[in-house]
Design a protein around this ligand. Structure first.
Ligand code: HPA
Ligand code: ZN
Length: 338
């Protein structure tokens, strides 16, 4: 089963690029940019990555992002992530970036997006990994600041597929961003939002009705509301679920308690994703392995998780056909008959 999981073609739809900053690279960038770190060593940093909840993680995550200064830093960060994708057989990835984490420190929006975008293009050329970029608004900041960020994105609209909403869910419900999401949609952007990670099922309803999302990020709290679960199944509304993240941030006590396979069996379009892999203990294969060890999915269920991610992705029908063909090919060679 382990070989099957490692070789399974994967599609990632929920990855914060700042959350892929490994401590080794963080130290390298801190050194070259002259930015102080609150850790003596890489091991100290890893030891500090113990979280009680989302906020205790976010404090450390924003702190780490302070070392990102130049276009080269954003390029190197993204390139390192893409090399991990290659190792994990990730064939397509749709990644988030948090421009406000950088613009508040005086880093230009253009520096951030240019570095990330050039690495993504090189990843497509040299590694054969296709990708999309999603701009996330930080929900603990104001509506006005989100509008300001959207206007900074305007010259780069051809590089961005959509907008998302991340950071502290509790106290910052979807309604706060209804107008800026409507503006983004009028500019041709798709919308997604973190909802029902720590917050209530009602945030998922509001993300659907007020923000018109095409996917819900996390969404695992939907089980609080059976009517919502039925609606998500009926509409095949995708949930980008992040198993290791949920255990690290104590959304579930243990991986054995995770509801992803229950939701899959109810017909929901659930997908597996790594969220912030440098902080939560692993990339795509690690997430698939952790849920495989804890929940014993069938090979058919594992393949369905990638099928769902292809269905939920923002690629064209033709690109989806190509990814599904790769998956079918894998199933012919490694499926139940083998
Ligand atoms: N939730 C909310 N905000 C985030 C996350 C998350 O899992 N990761 C990075 N920013
Ligand atoms: Zn996330």
């Amino acid at each position: 089963m382990e070989v099957f999981v490692r070789r399974l073609p994967k599609v990632e739809l929920h990855l914060h690029i700042e959350g892929a900053l490994e401590p080794e690279l963080m130290f390298e960038m801190a050194e070259r940019n002259g930015i102080p770190l609150p850790y003596e060593t890489v091991e100290d940093a890893r030891k500090a990555y113990q979280f009680e909840d989302l906020q205790s993680f976010l404090d450390i995550y924003y702190q780490g992002a302070n070392v990102l200064v130049t276009e080269r830093d954003f390029f190197d960060l993204t390139w390192a992530y893409l090399l991990r994708c290659k190792a994990d057989n990730v064939i397509h990835t749709e990644i988030f970036f948090d421009p406000q984490t950088h613009t508040v420190r005086g880093i230009d929006f253009d520096t951030v997006i240019n570095g990330i975008y050039h690495a993504l293009r090189q990843g497509e050329k040299e590694l054969g990994i296709t990708s999309k970029l999603i701009l996330c608004f930080l929900r603990h900041l104001s509506e006005e600041e989100a509008f300001e960020t959207l206007s900074q994105a305007e010259p780069h609209l051809n590089r961005i597929v959509g907008v998302g909403l991340d950071s502290s869910e509790i106290g910052h419900p979807p309604a706060k961003f209804q107008r800026v999401f409507a503006k983004a949609m009028s500019m041709g952007l798709k919308t997604v939002a973190h909802a029902g990670e720590e917050g209530p099922a009602n945030n998922i309803w509001d993300a659907l009705s007020l923000l018109n999302v095409s996917r819900v990020d996390h969404g695992v709290q939907c089980t609080q509301d059976p009517i919502l679960v039925a609606e998500l199944a009926k509409t095949r509304m995708p949930l980008t679920v992040c198993p290791l993240s949920n255990v690290k941030l104590r959304v579930f006590d243990t991986m054995e308690d995770h509801n992803i396979l229950t939701l899959l069996d109810k017909g929901l379009c659930v997908t597996v994703n790594s969220d912030d892999p440098a902080f939560f203990g692993g990339y795509m294969t690690d997430n698939f392995l952790a849920l495989t060890h804890a929940l014993s999915p069938s090979k058919h269920q594992l393949v369905q998780l990638t099928k769902n991610a292809i269905e939920a992705s923002f690629i064209s029908d033709e690109e989806a056909r190509q990814l599904n063909a790769q998956l079918d090919d894998f199933w012919q060679n490694h499926g139940d008959g083998h």
